[in-house]
Design a protein around this ligand. Structure first.
Ligand code: GLV
Ligand code: MN
Ligand code: MN
Length: 419
């Protein structure tokens, strides 16, 4: 489609963005709650929808070797390095519709606006929809952005989902070649910067009555997988003193983690978000339990110490209860600082749109944690209602969608590569 030259940006971008948020949310494994998981038919359908929007916005669009959607809007001439924008389009289970898609869809809308006005910049603009940021299916995360950063760990291909399907098998079933993930990698020379718009997923912007915020850093995280083994037995016959109950042991571990992280440790947070007890029957003492631990802090040294202390607590509990323990780190990411020069670009765009340039760290993980290996990273946060996220009640007001889009568009048009 030929680009039409129109006047400067004055139209509302939020109508289209909100419509597309809802259209993408309709692509879900389960009709009553949103779950869009890596390497599933829903991943494929979402990729096709997003690539169509990219093409409508004047971009060349393709699916890369791990299932990221990649759109490119050339600059004043072809082959220029790019300002990369984007976010992820996978979701957690029973998800909200804004976590990830808002950044991706807003970036496409901004490029569409440039395209409609016939604007070409002295750099290319690329928009990436990352295929797996949440890490729901396999015991690893940031798979899409790690592939682009060239840091994808091939051993992840052997990881299995809850049905026992390996990532390698899932990739083949999806139509991708697990032996060519390296083809997704981009060279640092191709990128001028990576900027992501994302909902805040917390209550700070709302408390400050601000629609947008400038992110200073993305907090580091460690995830662990724990397995406790005791002895399954009859719920009616084994006296309490003779039991090796793996679930009661796990319960004690979970409370110990909560207590440890609650005792004022400067932003340290710990979560057990998944647990499975086997064999899982009312009248059987649980013989085996697996659960996950997620530990985060804006300070890497605190997080590392906390992980060591928590593992020691678990070992003590397990020893006292005569259980067997298997504990493994499944994910570890350092705190990623946003580049000061790029943060300044974000702050200037925020101010130019009439808002206060309020700075805040991100407690949530983002694809920038992987992209930092090939580009300087910055983020723009958009307020979400009540700070609620990873929850179907997640919501962003139209006016805040519009504010985020205007700031991002301003940032793109005023962007100057690091001098
Ligand atoms: C991603 O949403 C994460 O912070 O775990
Ligand atoms: Mn998320
Ligand atoms: Mn997210």
């Amino acid at each position: 489609m030929e680009a039409k030259v129109t006047g400067p940006n004055s139209l509302s971008l939020s109508d289209e963005i909100v419509r597309r948020i809802h259209a993408l949310a309709a692509i879900s494994e389960t009709p009553d709650n949103l779950s869009r998981i890596f390497l599933t038919p829903e991943h494929r359908a979402a990729a096709d929808l997003v690539m169509g929007w990219m093409r409508d916005a004047g971009m060349a669009a393709r699916l890369d070797a791990i299932g990221n959607v990649c759109g490119r809007y050339d600059g004043e001439r072809t082959g220029l390095p790019c300002l990369m924008l984007g976010s992820h389009y996978d979701t957690v289970r029973d998800a909200g519709r804004w976590d990830g898609p808002l950044g991706l869809i807003t970036a496409i809308a901004c490029v569409g606006d440039l395209h409609r006005r016939g604007v070409r910049l002295p750099f290319a603009v690329e928009v990436t929809g990352f295929a797996d940021e949440e890490g729901v299916r396999f015991a690893s995360t940031l798979l899409g952005s790690r592939a682009i950063a060239g840091t994808f760990d091939e051993s992840a291909l052997g990881g299995r989902d809850k049905q026992g399907i390996t990532m390698r098998e899932a990739m083949v079933a999806f139509g991708l070649d697990p032996d060519h993930i390296g083809a997704a990698a981009r060279a640092p020379s191709e990128l001028l910067a990576y900027v992501e718009l994302h909902i805040e997923q917390g209550p700070v912007l709302e408390a400050n009555k601000l629609p947008v915020g400038v992110v200073t850093a993305i907090a580091g995280a460690t995830r662990l997988a724990v397995e406790l083994r005791g002895t399954a037995g009859h719920a009616g016959t084994v006296p309490m003193a003779l039991r090796r109950d793996a679930l009661a042991g796990a319960a004690e571990c979970i409370v110990a983690i909560e207590e440890f992280c609650s005792s004022d440790r400067d932003g340290l947070v710990g979560t057990v978000g998944y647990i499975n007890a086997m064999p899982g029957a009312t009248n059987v003492i649980p013989g085996m339990v697996s659960f996950t631990i997620d530990i985060r802090s804006p300070r890497d040294s605190y997080r590392k110490l906390a992980v060591t202390d928590i593992v020691r607590h678990i070992e003590e509990i397990v020893k006292r209860r005569d259980l067997q323990l298997d504990i493994n780190v499944t994910h570890e990411n350092r705190t990623v600082p946003c580049a000061p020069w790029l943060q300044k670009h974000v702050a200037e765009a925020v101010k130019a749109e009439g808002f206060r340039a309020f700075e805040l760290p991100s407690g949530a993980g983002h694809d920038g944690m992987a992209m930092i290996d090939i580009a300087d990273v910055a983020m723009l946060f958009v307020r979400c209602r009540g700070g609620v996220s990873h929850n179907p009640a997640e919501h962003v007001d139209d006016a805040d969608v519009e504010a985020g889009a205007k700031v991002l568009l301003r940032l793109i048009e005023n962007f100057k590569p690091k001098g």
